[in-house]
Ligand binder design. Sequence first.
Ligand code: AMP
Ligand code: MN
Ligand code: MN
Ligand code: MN
Length: 281
Amino acid sequence: MSAMRTCHFDLHSHSTYSDGVMKPAQVIGRAAQRGVQALALTDHDELSGLAEARVAAEQAGIELIDGVEISVTWRGHTLHIVGLRVDPANEVLVSGLLANRAGRNERAERISTELARVGIPDALEGARAYVTNPALVSRTHFARYLVATGWARSTQAVFDKYLGAGKPGYVPHIWATLDQAVEWITAAGGIPVIAHPGRYKLSEAEREDLLSTFKALGGIAVEVVTGSHTPDQYGYWARRAIEYGLLASVGSDFHGLPDSYRDLGDLPPLPSGCKPVWQSF
Ligand code: AMP
Ligand code: MN
Ligand code: MN
Ligand code: MN
């Protein structure tokens, strides 16, 4: 039996309030059981799970970091900006997120229409059986339905075949701007973090531009160690963070099993030379 690897900080996770499969209390319970000492719940465009998570965290004796993951459109790319230690009652943040969630239902209908064109009927109806927060219909819910009905073998395969950018069921959507996401997080007293930068299909020039623009807007950190990076990418993004004077964050991006790349806390330490984002807590 191999020893359980646990990073004491896990600063990116999801619950049923977005596209995770565990309730906030279950996420907290699992984190505590796995030896995580500080967990950020970062549901997509949504803060409503934090109250339940807080009660559970107090019972379990772990630190809950109030978080959110904001969907952003920047230069035609969808990016995710995590906010850590946000005030969930802040009106600028709450109203910004409400606006960002608003287009999801219409987008879901369009995704369903596009999937019908390639022969997959009633996908929205099917996806709704997996939706756990009616305000947050996500592509992940479509993916779970398409896997369950045999259209693809895994969530990843669904994105590769149907839901990823440029695929037949892909519907472009305009999310918040990068400026807005940083502004909302900052207004709520939080720390803006670029989530899983290695996942975006950016050119080298765009990567430089993103890092310098984000920094100039008041961005603080970059996820270096995340469930969606390879070990090579840990090193690459560690160097970029250091170069741009950004702190380094760590997060599994847990969505529940078996959907996640990584279990809670199952992350290696930050590469040497990085300044951990929790130094600013
Ligand atoms: P949405 O916000 O509705 O566009 O859905 C985005 C979510 O889909 C992300 O938060 C991930 O959970 C999931 N996702 C995106 N790309 C992939 C992928 N290639 N493989 C698995 N899940 C993905
Ligand atoms: Mn997700
Ligand atoms: Mn993300
Ligand atoms: Mn995430």
